[in-house]
Ligand binder design. Sequence first.
Ligand code: NDP
Length: 453
Amino acid sequence: MSEYVKSLMAEVRAKHAAQPEFHQAVEEVAESIDIVLDRHPEYRSAKILERIIEPERVIIFRVPWIDDQGEVHINIGYRIEMNSAIGPYKGGLRFHPSVNLGILKFLAFEQVFKNSLTSLPMGGGKGGSDFDPKGKSDLKIMRFCHAFMSELFRHIGPNTDVPAGDIGVGGREIGYLFGLYKKLRNEFTGVLTGKGLNWGGSLIRPEATGYGAVYFAAEMLGTKNETLEGKTCLVSGSGNVAQYTTEKILDLGGKVVTLSDSNGYIHDEEGIDREKLAYVMELKNVRRGRIKEYTDKYKNAVYTAIDANAEFNPLWNHKADCAFPSATQNEINAKDAQNLVKNGVYVVSEGANMPTTPDGVEVLMDKKILYGPGKAANAGGVAVSGLEMSQNSQRLPWTREEVDKRLQLIMKNIHGTCVEMADRFGTPGNYVNGANIGGFLKVADSMIDQGVV
Ligand code: NDP
């Protein structure tokens, strides 16, 4: 690590204590960008990196709400408006009890580079709440979403800040949030993405992150003249990203053998086929059940509980060719990465954001496997959100084929940018450097153009 990165990180840690995920995300980018700063002293003198790591604005607010029994609850709401150099702030809302300022800042920071990589005009943001939607009735969810939007509506807008979904925020939540925004503002605009099809949503948006992660894996495999046909894949999570990752792997002839939630995972040696996937979608999206129930229906599959404090996650310890972490941050540690490699995995495409710890990434890079970091591999979701914004502006919906074609092209281009930037800056095959540098350059040049603001 250079002296410059060391001193930058010391300052970040001192100024923003107790935000380990944010430190992790910044350090990775700083290490990739160091060589760019050496070659472009104008970025260093304009303090571009130092400015990019500070959010333009952070909004923190109280979210009081009343449940079905009349009890009052108080959650914390956040919106991090990280960078608007290339477009309105754009990024999801996460509702999960683990949500805090540091986690949302890491997500918003990553989002800046990811959005830039899509080549669409979107700045970076992220938000959410420590509210836990798990097991709550639709009425409670609606009450919370309305309480949350009753403050957030002042800070967002179709040309200012356009939130979307993330963990715990899917179509149902976006609906409730949009409903109150529309009422308070008295206008029907594209202020949120991930909307329902009847009211401004885009075809393929729910599928986009998962499909995109698989398209990215296919591009990486293409560099070895291989495809996903016949490949065995490990997928974690069982939410939006995991479900559509599984669907696209099936479309491309691969076999998915695992899915998980925060309590445990199922391993189905025979593969999760379309009928089983439809069961999972109904279980998770309609009945809002737990993945354990899969083994009640499909007796051949094995359920194993996951202990978050254990040395390794057994999900990553099965024979396979590809892995698609699609649950949450830091779900693959160094031991998991070693297990993946030991079991034959040579492609990792990250559907989740920062699912691999830094020492896990080191293992994957040392072994020279095809490793697609989240900010490149999962950019398909926000890319189609960008396409949803375009359709909303035109007031014209595009066909499924049109959106899917654009998504595939965007993922191909992101892959191309990663490869080109990694080559140009002397680290061929390093998708981490390629993604960080590719995302950085466009934002840095725009910031220089716009002066010190
Ligand atoms: P969902 O809420 O639909 O699903 C999340 C899944 O991950 C659930 O199975 C959940 O299990 C599991 N999970 C969540 N937190 C944890 C945890 N701490 N430990 C273990 N498992 C956990 O979210 P998404 O599918 O939308 O998001 C998954 C990942 O993809 C996140 O990292 C998100 O940031 C990233 N992402 C999502 C995009 C999108 O378009 N939705 C875009 C780009 C990235 P449980 O039900 O038990 O909580």
